[in-house]
Design a protein around this ligand. Sequence first.
Ligand SMILES: NC(=O)c1ccc[n+]([C@@H]2O[C@H](COP(=O)([O-])OP(=O)(O)OC[C@H]3O[C@@H](n4cnc5c(N)ncnc54)[C@H](OP(=O)(O)O)[C@@H]3O)[C@@H](O)[C@H]2O)c1
Length: 306
Amino acid sequence: MNVSCFFADGTGLAWASGLAAALPEASVSVWQEGDPPADYAVVWKPSQGFIDAQTALKAIFSAGAGVDALASLRLPGSVPVVRLEDAGMAEQMREYVLHAVLHHYREFDVYAAQAADGLWAARSPRRKADYPAGILGYGVLGQAVAESLTAAGFNVVAWARTLHPDASITVYSGDDSREEFFRAVRILVCLLPLTPSTRRILNAAAFAALRPGGYVINVARGGHLDVDALLAALDSGQLAAATLDVFDEEPIPAGHPIWKHAKVRLTPHISAATLRDEAIEQIVGKLRALEAGAVVTGVVATDRGY
Ligand SMILES: NC(=O)c1ccc[n+]([C@@H]2O[C@H](COP(=O)([O-])OP(=O)(O)OC[C@H]3O[C@@H](n4cnc5c(N)ncnc54)[C@H](OP(=O)(O)O)[C@@H]3O)[C@@H](O)[C@H]2O)c1
């Protein structure tokens, strides 16, 4: 069995050696032009040339939870694309979002500014009942984050594409309920996949529908956010603050106003990194299951794009 790796970030060798160690029955290599077609591909942002050279694939494993980077490629229609499910990302996402929410809710930004001015001044305690949180996306990561925020005492609702009748929180579903969902929340967390239906979902209409003084956390993809609408809503006071981990262009261009905006806290796409060892363990488990003719989870449905 041949496994070919393509990692646009230059980490292919590390992935190939980890996969080779975990999958001794396979021949694993970093793809080079002219290589024979592989049985399985393990990829991060592969080129069209790599995909076109793979004429015998049984599956493509994406080394991330989101597969939006594959959307612009011509993929062989019958070959399943398998994404990562959690693989160590849920714990990181819980930490990131819980930290961001508590930081905002307990006004640590205000206290940091006060301390810089040598000002000792307690503010009135807030009530969690006034800060309902809503999660766009109730999948692997959305559910983990919902659980953490609920455990911390926040009222949490979520929004998904389909009904989730067994959920322990209210999950709105479908476009018809989107505005009702926005109206119910003050803290908005985006954990959707980026698809044509979710692009720029964090827009002026969404910000206007949130409870006044809304707080936006985007940990999904830059394409979900209309940055100009966000900056306008922050400047008008409609939104109180935003924490952003993902951007249309990464790194953010020098001089972009978002770098220095007083109400924006930003991080360089680190909310939930792919952990190579955990990812390899999951990929190898699924690859062996496919070889044995079993069904695996995490197969991307091409019609819905996630
Ligand atoms: N910043 C980072 O470091 C980082 C790290 C990991 C992942 N991410 C992002 O997080 C995303 C979510 O990951 P995941 O593993 O939780 O994905 P997932 O398990 O596939 O969950 C996706 C959720 O979004 C919902 N959804 C999709 N399209 C929708 C639509 N049109 N309308 C309403 N709801 C929709 C799905 O609804 P249903 O439940 O009805 O299917 C599901 O609840 C990834 O796609 C990736 O872009 C970012």
